[in-house]
Write a protein that binds this ligand. Structure first.
Ligand code: S3P
Length: 173
């Protein structure tokens, strides 16, 4: 399912491993490079995501995501793009590249975050993951949206990431 831009766009809930998988895919196929939409936004606003949420608000952050999506669709090729958990709502997602939804159940995601060596930091930087109950509700609300937005749905919880990356490359090339 090769996209004209030859990009792979990883979508899915906070903490599912979008960044880690993007890096693993590029390790396996060095003709790609990685980009991360949160990093891009932090870089061109020179402001941390947490601060954007606290000062400008969520709507302003979503507008920055759309601006990032427009730039990606028009200007980027050969990239594996990890996205923020709400990026799947931009209006031109499929114009950017082949969209892969990284799927796992909420408990698996919560465990992955809590067991990370820098768990505190991982939680602190995510304004929408402060209260696990609210995060679970957001997860439930988004589940269908992620599936609808995707070209490919990939379960990430039953294989090593190296195997998942291999499967994504096979499915998208
Ligand atoms: C968000 C997810 C975050 C970040 C922001 C909002 C969301 O990215 O974009 O805090 O709406 O799910 P990660 O998925 O990398 O945590």
């Amino acid at each position: 399912m090769k996209h004209k831009n030859n990009n792979i766009v990883l979508i899915g809930f906070m903490g599912v491993g979008k960044g880690a998988l993007a890096r693993e895919i590029v390790r396996q196929n060095t003709s790609f490079y990685t980009l991360d939409t949160d990093d891009m936004i932090e870089s061109y606003t020179n402001t941390k995501i947490k601060k954007i949420f606290a000062t400008a608000g969520e709507d302003a952050f979503r507008a920055l995501e759309q601006k990032t999506a427009d730039w990606l669709a028009n200007s980027v090729k050969n990239a594996v793009i990890s996205t923020g958990g709400g990026f799947y709502k931009v209006n031109n997602l499929k114009e950017i590249g082949t969209v892969v939804y990284l799927k796992a159940d909420f408990e698996w995601i919560l465990n992955r975050i809590l067991n990370a060596h820098n768990a505190k930091k991982k939680l602190k930087k995510r304004p929408l993951f402060q209260d696990p109950k609210k995060a679970k509700k957001l997860y439930d609300d988004r589940l269908e949206g992620y599936e609808k937005a995707a070209d490919i749905i990939m379960d990430v919880s039953s294989d090593e990431f190296s195997k998942v990356a291999e499967k994504i490359l096979k499915a998208t090339l």
